[in-house]
Design a protein around this ligand. Structure first.
Ligand code: Z5A
Length: 212
């Protein structure tokens, strides 16, 4: 795996239940790719730094109440406000490692009872990931990990529903990784999978749109 700034970067998304290890693995992967000399950035959704992101953050920390449809559209708007920057970066050769994306949007909102197709609709036209790494863990195992229970969506029964809806979104861009393994073992598998996809993007794999 060698760096080549003339070809495009890869869009790599991490998904999984709360506490599946997304943030830990994204951080490790970015350090690894930087060490190899790649142009790489770590992104996350929600991006709480924008004005839309601040509304989302207030909702998640129970400081504000919003209708389920409204918060769904705000999560989507938060991705749309970053879309053109995403395209620019990828075309300039920067690989983006993204902690949560549209799949979280649909899985969490449908777990609340919203219609599946309605939830997908505002995501149509966003950039499709080259790779989705799904960190697979049961809600029970995830709950044993530190810090569970602080934010609005972290109850066990709710996480079970989220897991069911994630399964409906799986397509050929997904790679499932057993997230119950030790951190280092997960990291090793992730590095191998991601490296293959970065090479494919450098060789000219075309960017496509989500769910069109
Ligand atoms: N949400 C939504 O509804 N709609 C949307 O469109 C989007 C999101 C984008 C906030 O997300 C909420 O927004 C989220 C979905 C919803 N639901 N909730 N709540 P967030 O990304 O801000 O959530 P977070 O708090 O940053 O991350 P997380 O999902 O809760 O955790 P994680 O990133 O998957 O895990 P981690 O922080 O890397 O690890 C958690 C702990 O487990 C930590 O102590 C680690 O050291 C430990 N860990 C990790 N891996 C392992 C292994 N392999 N073994 C043992 N221990 C481990």
């Amino acid at each position: 795996l060698s760096a080549n700034n003339e070809s495009r970067g890869a869009l790599v998304v991490f998904e999984g239940l709360d506490r599946s290890g997304k943030t830990s693995q994204c951080g490790r992967l970015v350090s690894y790719l930087e060490g190899l000399g790649h142009s790489v950035e770590l992104w996350r959704f929600p991006d709480r730094t924008t004005s839309v992101g601040q509304m989302i953050s207030a909702y998640l920390t129970n400081k504000s109440q919003l209708d389920d449809h409204t918060i769904h559209l705000l999560f989507s708007a938060n991705r749309w406000e970053k879309r053109s920057m995403m395209e620019t970066k990828l075309k300039a050769g920067t690989t983006l490692i993204v902690d949560r994306y549209s799949y979280s949007g649909v899985a969490f909102s449908t777990a609340k009872g919203l219609d599946f197709e309605w939830c997908k609709a505002p995501e149509i036209g966003l950039i499709a990931p080259d790779l989705v790494v799904y960190l697979d863990i049961t809600p029970e195992k995830a709950a044993e990990r530190g810090g569970y229970g602080g934010e609005r969506y972290e109850q066990l029964e709710f996480q079970r529903k989220v897991a069911q809806h994630y399964k409906l979104l799986k397509d050929s861009s997904w790679k499932i990784v057993d997230a119950c393994q030790p951190l280092d073992d997960v990291e090793k598998q992730v590095k191998e999978i991601v490296s293959q996809h970065i090479i494919a993007c450098q060789k000219g794999k075309i960017l496509s749109s989500l769910w069109s």
